[in-house]
Design a binder for this molecule. Structure first.
Ligand SMILES: Cc1cc2nc3c(=O)[nH]c(=O)nc-3n(C[C@H](O)[C@H](O)[C@H](O)COP(=O)(O)OP(=O)(O)OC[C@H]3O[C@@H](n4cnc5c(N)ncnc54)[C@H](O)[C@@H]3O)c2cc1C
Length: 435
């Protein structure tokens, strides 16, 4: 056992772990952060959009220092069928502001930089160290961790579990159950490299402007899932993810879906001639509010993806990770400053503070959405995208058919596919879940 004792041990150096370690170290606490990867970010996968507001709360000067790709000026939503897409774009020059709101990043580079801030703040960061087990005392309180290093038991007043979506440690220690297949998506992603000027021409960008495209529809073949295309400086990040339960239920493979997405006539020209240099697969927690496990206990708290804090509707995860990491750290620092022990009762302050933040408020708002999307995935990801695409094609095609007849045909196609009752029920279900 290592004799040195820490105020806190943070497991994982992703967004949540870095936010927690940095916040506690800045408050003068003795922090040890353990990361299994060769370096922070080496194991991490994200689209990736960085949300500046949450980052600014941790490192106010990050815009001058961090490896950022492009600031986002445009968001496109595509509802796709096999040959078309119906799009909604929002682009604004307001996003060319002095302090932009969102950026694309490459996690391997960004996490390395973020970790350097954690070290600068005074935390000890050990990479290539896997935490294998949580250590309990005779009263079942968590008092430290065991690692894969020789003499690898280390003690601390509190352990912050920031180990990501799989949460194996927490599961093994009986602090949470394994994520269910209908609560996690499996996403695959590729990085397509192209000259900077080509990316800017294809996406209509100038300078460091960036754009993201979020896509849903027949690309997921009736499964609950979405695709994304993010423009970086010299590469395009492109991927798709679907619920694990849907992959189990169908014969689809993640790579087959990605191929299908890349060959779509709206997508293929964007990546034509590119060189693929990276391929990655990762889980995303998508169960929402109802899937959140117990967040604290005797000597421990759980943050970020490990706590299933991910807003799949808005495709936000890293900001929830950073915020939950920061808030947990602030709660721990408060308990410490009162010279009180890290008991479950005292650490419940973390949950109280998180409940008051956008993290829980947003997840609560969409609490019924994951189940709705999963149960009716055929309707929302297959039937409606096809119907809407046909309706719009009918609307814009000029072929001598009187407009009234076109409208009647469109309405008839909707009723035939879903019936009046079905249409009404889908609208009610969706509105209720969105409220
Ligand atoms: C394809 C994809 C695209 C995404 N796009 C976006 C996006 O655009 N915007 C957004 O906000 N979110 C996005 N997300 C979600 C986002 O990546 C996560 O919400 C975020 O990374 C969670 O941070 P975290 O710190 O909780 O977990 P992670 O970033 O997964 O970090 C966990 C860390 O813990 C380490 N670890 C695990 N077990 C151990 C152990 N036993 N011992 C030591 N270390 C351990 C891991 O190596 C890892 O470094 C995306 C996710 C995916 C998969």
């Amino acid at each position: 056992m290592i004799e040195e004792r820490f105020d806190a041990i943070v497991v994982g150096a992703g967004m949540a772990g870095n936010a927690a370690a940095l916040t506690m170290a800045k408050r003068g606490m003795k922090v040890l952060q353990l990361e299994r990867g060769e370096y922070p970010g080496s194991k991490n996968v994200q689209g990736a959009i960085l949300y500046a507001d949450m980052m600014e709360k941790l490192v106010p000067e990050f815009r001058e220092e961090a490896p950022l790709e492009r600031h986002l000026v445009e968001q496109r939503f595509w509802m796709m069928d096999d040959r078309s897409h119906v799009g909604m774009h929002y682009r604004s020059d307001d996003f060319n502001e002095e302090r932009p709101n969102r950026y694309t990043i490459i996690r391997a580079q960004f996490d390395k930089w973020f970790s350097s801030k954690v070290r600068e703040a005074g935390a000890t960061v050990l990479c290539e160290t896997t935490v294998t087990e949580l250590v309990r005392d005779d009263r079942e309180r968590i008092v430290g961790v065991r690692t894969d290093r020789r003499d690898g038991e280390i003690r601390a007043d509190v352990v912050v579990l920031a180990e990501g979506v799989n949460g194996l440690l927490g599961t093994r220690a009986g602090l949470r159950s394994r994520p269910k297949p209908d609560n996690v998506a499996l996403a695959v992603k590729e990085m397509h490299f192209l000259p900077r000027e080509t990316i800017e021409a294809r996406f209509n960008l100038k300078g460091d402007e960036g754009v993201v495209i979020e896509a849903a529809g027949t690309i997921s073949r009736g499964m609950t899932g979405m695709g994304f295309i993010y423009a970086n400086k010299e590469c395009i990040s492109l991927g798709i993810g679907c619920l694990v339960a849907d992959f189990q239920r169908t014969a689809q493979t993640p790579y087959g879906m990605l191929d299908h997405f890349k060959q779509h006539p709206s997508v293929a020209p964007l990546i034509a001639g590119s060189e693929v240099k990276e391929y990655a697969a990762h889980l995303i927690p998508e169960g929402g509010y109802k899937a959140i496990p117990q967040l604290y206990g005797e000597g421990w708290v759980v943050v970020g993806d490990a706590a299933q804090l991910n807003n799949a509707i808005h495709r936000e995860g890293s900001n929830l990770a950073m915020t939950s990491g920061r808030i947990a750290a602030e709660a721990i620092a408060k308990v410490k400053s009162r010279r009180e022990p890290m008991t479950a009762t005292n650490l419940s302050l973390y949950k109280k503070m998180l409940d008051e933040s956008f993290v829980i408020k947003d997840l609560k708002k969409y609490k019924d959405m994951p189940m709705l999307m999963h149960t009716y995935s055929q309707n929302f990801f297959l039937t409606y995208p096809q119907l809407i695409s046909k309706a719009l094609q009918n609307f814009v095609r000029v072929d001598g058919t009187p407009k009234v007849e076109k409208e009647k045909a469109t309405l008839k196609s909707f009723v035939k596919a879903r019936s009046w009752t079905g249409l009404f029920a889908d609208a009610c279900r969706f509105t209720r879940a969105w409220r």
